[in-house]
Write a protein of this length. Structure first.
Length: 396
């Protein structure tokens, strides 16, 4: 397969060579078109090598010193912090998004009668933890979506004026239509109303830039296995610095307390909770998976999330143009719309059997909530998206 226009750039940002990236980090990509990063992302070669080499040493654990293992965790916290422009002390490592959201649900200081707002049609990982708070006298309110199927931001902002509304939990990017929430607006409303803002970032980070200094949120949870191209079992939790001392985890990890870094004196149990976000970690953590995430985050730093975002906006053009010409409904915001992301969704009802036909042609996509979901990433090409339209043309 040949690839034109391999260099991608955004304004003054550094360009990156897509063809070289494919050859170096995704050598299998010329044999299969993978467009399902909103489900599970592949591992870059650097990540695969790091995990394999670590696992080979893990066979003989005397080859892995304690300070090296703790160094892996420290480096991964640092990389995760840089990804969202946080301080390292605000990062706790986790095994998935659900852990962070459940922890947030159990740590926030609720009062009987409090309400948590969540948009209807959210991914269940951002519904069930809040629904489960009924045992604390807290009520989940699912806010109906708009006629277009997007989160109704106006209605949620209006509801945040109600003093009973204690928290808003929202995905930065919706999993089934690629809608990107206006977190700047929600952040301002949360500060004005004293509402906690909790963000599920798993469908955003890796394809959408985010800066917690520019857009304050209270808690953010993200797994690494999708857009961050990291192993299963990797992820992190961000907790705003000022909030850390106010929250106590319902889970007492044995390294969440001061003094436990000295393995020679572990039976001294009088240490206080750590003052940073490590108080929320539950160890032992999967060193090999977090090492893999660390290597993948290195790659994102090299490319630049802004460059990836612009590349993905261009990749959607052939599919969207084809859909317009053939009268196939779009289920995602158009590229260039401030609510758009790298996820392109088409009306699956207009394309029966499309996923099976794509699979037969060596193309991986998915169906979610009545939409054919295409989620390309940094190494995909315009030619690959054009190939998608060739296959779909058999149906329209």
């Amino acid at each position: 397969m040949t690839h034109s226009a391999p260099r991608t750039t955004i304004g003054p940002s550094q360009p990156y060579d897509v063809e070289a990236l494919r050859q170096r980090e995704f050598p299998w990509a010329d044999g299969h078109i993978f467009l399902n990063h909103a489900s599970t992302g592949p591992l870059p070669e650097r990540t695969r090598r790091a995990v394999v080499e670590f696992t080979e040493r893990r066979v003989m654990p005397f080859r892995l010193a304690d300070d090296e293992l703790q160094g892996i965790l420290a480096a991964t916290r640092s990389r995760a912090a840089r990804l969202i422009h946080a301080d390292t002390e605000e990062i706790a490592l986790a095994t998935n998004t659900s852990f962070g959201l459940n922890l947030a649900a159990r740590m926030l200081p609720w009062r009987a009668g409090d309400v948590v707002l969540v948009s209807d049609d959210e991914f269940p990982a951002n519904v069930f933890p809040w629904q489960h708070l009924g045992d604390r006298g807290v009520r989940l309110e699912l806010v109906p979506v708009t006629r277009d199927g997007w989160p109704d931001e106006d209605r949620m902002i209006a509801r945040m004026q109600d003093p009973e509304v204690r928290a808003l939990a929202i995905s930065h990017v919706q999993f089934h239509n690629g809608y990107r929430a206006d977190l700047d607006r929600f952040s301002r409303a949360a500060r004005d109303t004293g509402t906690y803002l909790v963000v599920d970032a798993i469908q955003a980070l890796g394809q959408v830039p985010f800066d917690v200094r520019r857009t304050p949120v209270d808690i953010l949870a993200c797994g690494g296995q999708k857009w961050l191209l990291s192993p299963w079992g990797s992820g992190f939790l961000y907790v705003r610095r000022e909030l850390i001392p106010e929250l106590v985890s319902p889970l007492a990890g044995w390294m969440a307390f001061e003094g436990t870094e000295d393995f020679a004196t572990l039976c001294e149990y009088d240490g206080a909770w750590r003052k940073d976000a490590r108080r929320f970690e539950l160890v032992t953590l999967p060193f090999q998976d977090l090492l893999g995430m660390c290597r993948s985050l290195d790659l994102f730093e090299e490319i630049g999330i802004e460059n990836i975002q612009a590349h993905l906006q261009r990749l959607g053009a052939p599919v969207i143009e084809w859909a317009r010409e053939r009268g196939v409904g779009l289920r995602s915001p158009l590229p260039g719309d401030p609510r758009s992301s790298g996820i392109i969704c088409l009306d699956a009802n207009a394309l029966p059997g499309a996923v099976q036909a794509l699979r037969a042609a060596g193309i991986t996509a998915s169906i979610r909530e009545g939409a054919l979901r295409l989620s390309p990433h940094c190494y995909n090409t315009v030619e690959e998206m054009e190939r998608v339209t060739e296959v779909l043309s058999r149906f329209r």
